[in-house]
Design a protein around this ligand. Structure first.
Ligand code: TRP
Length: 459
């Protein structure tokens, strides 16, 4: 084994599935996908999204799987080992930096989720259920403002969130990432099902279901298409080296194509379940659907608190959101950690400490009340929105184009197909590989470029 390759591997197919799914599942499933789907034509949008997953998401994921497993290396080292890879090494560096960018704001939200989980446990939202709607709304937003505006607690929760992730990563691949995701993914599914069952038993459940699923093709706009692509990248944790890093821990008999399909479709399923857990309750209490922090930290407490045992349900909900955020953050931090330990020969513990220290020191600026409420901006955006925008709208599509071009034009086709078919033992006489190669060569780069240009307002 090469000295700077990864030595530890996931121990089974199931472990591979849960770890990869753990990365895909995250805040995106809860505060983004359901709302964006509802606003952009329900089932009509889901069809477009699935097309993106098939034509672009799965091929790019397989491209990353190829890079990681073939070389057994982190996102930067991998390019050194591949033919023609040196010219593309900066993709790894971009991934290194961008993983931090996402962690800066993701850890802020993770911290808020943690603090809301404890608030729910303590019963802080109980009175929301008994007040008239207007007063309850005012109270919900004042709890929100107080929580985010406090000069100490948001930073403390963010710190705790990062510390949890760091401790898991220090335990290593098998004892850390594998053990935690294998335990938490099934728990998350059970928790979400509890919320779905409760939500669907409400009298106005149909309104929520309609919002989420009613196919309305007239709502599909250019914007919806840009949204579907951005969501596909963010949801599947693509283009930042996460999948390169994780697949370097896959063994040679892992079924790459099977894993990519299973993860992509389970992820969509969980997003829809999240929508079914949220919107029936939101509509039941006459609230407007929304996305982002407003949905998670205002509408949801307001709506759920009005149900009998609302506090218990809210605790369940924030716990599952916290789990999703944690396993996603684990995968993000693992990108720089694996780079430092393999490329710079630091031990795993020091790499984790250095990387989490960076997230903690810079991450504070996204969560600090001054940047949330105080009007401190960068290019007219709050730090939080800036990191979100730059990563999802610019860097990810850009790296997505580069990865597909690299695999489509610079990697010998035989090598790629051998890797994704496990040296021809899987997908015998398959028609899938040519389609995946075609997509990486033509469809993905052209589609992503067009959308990148459109979203930048260049055409
Ligand atoms: N997929 C996660 C979500 O939906 C976020 C995430 C984790 C991510 N790792 C990533 C996004 C890598 C982009 C790249 O919330």
């Amino acid at each position: 084994m090469n000295h700077n390759g990864s030595k530890e591997k996931f121990s089974s197919t199931l472990a591979v599935f849960f770890a990869t799914l753990g990365s895909a599942l995250g805040l995106g499933n809860i505060w983004k996908f359901p709302y964006v789907t509802g606003e952009n034509g329900g089932a009509a949008f889901i069809i477009v999204y699935l097309l993106f997953i098939l034509l672009m998401g799965i091929p790019v994921m397989l491209g990353e799987f190829f890079i990681g497993r073939h070389t057994n290396c982190n996102a930067i080292g991998a390019f050194n080992k591949l033919k023609n890879g040196r010219h593309f090494k900066f993709i790894g560096w971009l991934g290194f930096i961008t993983a931090f960018f996402i962690l800066f704001f993701y850890s802020a939200v993770g911290g808020w989720v943690l603090s809301y989980f404890f608030k729910a446990l303590k019963g802080d939202f109980a009175s929301l259920g008994s007040l008239p709607v207007e007063e309850a709304t005012t109270l919900a937003s004042s709890i929100f403002n107080e929580t985010m505006g406090h000069s100490f607690y948001p930073m403390m929760w963010q710190f705790i969130m990062i510390a949890i992730v760091a401790i898991i990563l220090m335990a290593g691949i098998k004892k850390g990432i594998e053990k935690v995701t294998k335990t938490l993914m099934p728990v998350l599914l059970v928790l979400i099902l509890i919320c779905v069952i409760r939500a669907l038993s409400l009298p106005k459940a149909m309104e929520g279901i309609n919002f989420l699923l009613y196919p309305d093709f007239s709502k599909l706009t250019t914007d919806s298409i840009v949204n579907a692509m951005g969501l596909a990248f963010f949801k599947l944790s693509l283009a930042l080296g996460v999948m390169i890093t994780y697949s370097s821990y896959f063994s040679k008999d892992t079924n790459l194509v099977g894993t990519s399909f299973k993860v992509a479709f389970s992820d969509v399923l969980i997003s829809m379940l999240a929508g079914l857990a949220i919107f029936p309750v939101v509509f039941q209490f006459g609230l407007a659907p929304s996305e982002g922090p407003g949905l998670l930290f205002q509408s949801i407490p307001l709506a759920f608190a009005s149900l009998p045992f609302g506090n218990v349900l809210l605790s369940v909900f924030f716990l599952l959101t916290g789990i999703a955020a944690t396993t996603a953050m684990i995968s993000l931090l693992e990108v720089p950690v694996s780079i430092l330990s393999q490329e710079f020969h630091l031990n795993r513990k020091s790499s984790v400490i250095i990387c989490s220290a960076i997230v903690i020191t810079v991450g504070v600026i996204t969560v600090h009340p001054e940047s949330i409420f105080g009007g401190t901006t960068i290019f007219g955006l709050s730090f939080f929105d800036f990191f979100d925008y730059v990563t999802a709208k610019l860097i990810m599509p850009f790296c997505g184009i580069l990865i597909s071009i690299f695999i489509g034009y610079f990697v010998p086709r035989k090598d790629f197909i051998n890797e994704i078919t496990n040296e021809g033992t899987l997908l015998k006489n398959n028609t899938l590989s040519p389609i995946i190669c075609f997509s990486l060569k033509f469809i993905a780069p052209i589609l992503i470029s067009l959308i990148l240009i459109t979203s930048l307002g260049l055409i």
